[in-house]
Write a protein that binds this ligand. Sequence first.
Ligand SMILES: NC(=O)c1ccc[n+]([C@@H]2O[C@H](COP(=O)([O-])OP(=O)(O)OC[C@H]3O[C@@H](n4cnc5c(N)ncnc54)[C@H](OP(=O)(O)O)[C@@H]3O)[C@@H](O)[C@H]2O)c1
Length: 389
Amino acid sequence: MRKKVAILGSTGSIGCNTLQVIEALHPAYEVIALSANSNADLLARQAKQFKPQYVAITGDAHYAALKDELSGFEGQLLSGAESLVDLASLDEVDIVVCAVVGAAGLPAALAAAKAGKTVAIANKEPLVIAGELLTTAARESGAVLLPIDSEHSAVFQAMQAGQPDEVRKIILTASGGPFRNASLDEMNQATIEQALAHPTWEMGPKITIDSATMMNKALEVIEAVWLFGMPVEKIDVLIHPESIVHSMVEFIDGSVIAQLGTPDMKVPIQYALTWPKRVKGIAEGLQLHQLGQLNFEPPDLGRFKALALGFEVAKTSGSAPVVFNAANEAAVAAFLDGHIRFGQIVELIDHCLQIHSVQSHLTLEALLEIDAWARRQVQKQLSQKTTVN
Ligand SMILES: NC(=O)c1ccc[n+]([C@@H]2O[C@H](COP(=O)([O-])OP(=O)(O)OC[C@H]3O[C@@H](n4cnc5c(N)ncnc54)[C@H](OP(=O)(O)O)[C@@H]3O)[C@@H](O)[C@H]2O)c1
């Protein structure tokens, strides 16, 4: 039986890698649905190649272009943000790959979890802001949440060497990004080009900026809390510039189990698609002797304040991660639009956290309101204060 897959965010970095993996695994997987936000051209090309039954574009303004490019298409064309929820709950779909960027992916990820799908999650922001809702929905429906994030895939694989109550520590590795050795001053004034120049991974722009601030690692700490049901006190971060050891689990007997591989997202994507099996992959094998050495160092929480805040936010939980994430999304967009300095991203997040009164046990509606509130606070700061200087 071919596995039937919906890819939400198929035109992004993870989406395109997923399609390459599916192509290489042909004929074991069938693409049933694809989606993009605005890139009608690439979405149409993907639809012509993979012939899904459903194609959705969430940005309404791009629907006409998609329709034009796919004239004669025999499947269904959908538009609007809510179309992702429809794709995520299709009866004929077995696996939903969540590859949208940001909190925008939450309603669809939740719908997939409620519908009892295998949910392969790259889109970490929904887990960060609504971990409780998503894991509860999955428990109730029998859905399986599988990580695509390379660190969480590594932890998931290492966890299979023991029992959850035998875990002493989860150690998430981080490349350290382009500013691993930069001074605070250099980071404050960093240009968009410098911040987008990731040393080891090729990714979409938002996660690349998150890697430069180490906000990405902060989000991953919270993601790990929910995916593995571990308290934040049992989660550590270690800088590993080569991005070869994707993460580790230390067990109570002192054994540390790590997963290694070349920095290629096709490996964790494929594992999420084929789990619990492994099949021959297209990623290059690891030549450890060519690397010579692997390095590790503790993160500098003084320079990477986003990571320090992330640990605090994970401890506070409730609505704090919602504010943390939404303020970051708004601030990163402002940075990429040239409105603020790199150093202002974390200042804006910190400001929003300081003026927020934390609430717990949120409904989806309450959570979305808090998300919108944090984005408004960032806009308010931007209109009142300094922009780029
Ligand atoms: N890239 C990686 O290697 C990597 C690794 C680990 C985890 N992740 C996580 O995976 C997710 C995707 O990252 P990415 O790097 O693949 O991002 P990306 O390249 O920016 O792609 C994002 C995808 O989501 C779509 N999209 C953007 N805004 C949307 C919205 N408001 N509503 C619905 N769809 C929207 C985009 O469509 P358009 O193309 O039309 O804009 C695109 O298909 C992120 O949460 C990231 O943290 C990524």
